[in-house]
Design a protein around this ligand. Structure first.
Ligand SMILES: [Zn+2]
Length: 195
């Protein structure tokens, strides 16, 4: 499976200003805080290395995700999140609603939801400890490093996704998936503990 030209980062198409409004957003905010506190998404000036999302409705690949260039420690209000309503993986266009742009890895999140209908949450973080121990812990690792935010990265993840709920993107960071946000977040914490 291969989509649009590998080097191109995605374009965005804003379809509305509406901020995400969903009772489960509180749970996502909680996990943003935990990821920040546990060092699973280290901060940089103006943001965090990591992005978290949950599926909005069953059987639809629509999700709420952290906004681009938004620190997870500051992700406490709904303007720090956007609703991704669709992704065209052939044209690399991410359609969204909100006041900010979606996270740079929105295409990876979309591809995972699309491939795995039972997955309700996708959390991406950067953790040196987990990266260093990935092989020893039996975590699937993508075959090659690819630039963030690209379809090439999406394709590498799809190559190894299978039924895995935890995988490592080579020289980048991890992806945790689960049927609830708590399951997903706790899976990342479990791997951190094993390091
Ligand atoms: Zn990343």
């Amino acid at each position: 499976m291969s989509y649009c030209y590998a080097g191109v980062k995605y374009k965005t198409q804003k379809i509305g200003e509406d901020l995400p409004d969903n009772p489960r957003l509180d749970n996502l905010i909680y996990w943003c805080k935990i990821f920040h506190e546990k060092g699973l998404a280290p901060p940089y000036e103006g943001g965090s290395y990591g992005n978290l999302s949950f599926r909005l409705r069953n059987k639809e690949d629509i999700f709420i995700i952290t906004a681009s260039h938004s620190g997870l420690a500051d992700s406490t209000t709904n303007d720090r999140f956007v609703t991704v309503s669709g992704v065209d993986l052939k044209k690399c266009i991410v359609s969204y609603a909100g006041s900010r742009k979606p996270s740079s890895e929105a295409m990876v999140h979309y591809a995972v939801y699309h491939a795995r209908p039972y997955v309700q949450a996708v959390f991406h973080g950067h953790c040196d400890k987990i990266s260093k121990n990935a092989e020893r812990l039996g975590i699937p690792i993508t075959s090659k490093e690819e630039p963030y935010g690209t379809i090439a990265l999406v394709n590498r993840v799809m190559e190894i996704l299978g039924d895995s709920n935890f995988l490592e993107m080579r020289n980048h960071g991890f992806l945790a998936l689960g049927t609830t946000m708590d399951e997903t977040g706790n899976l990342a914490l479990d791997f951190l503990k094993k390091c």
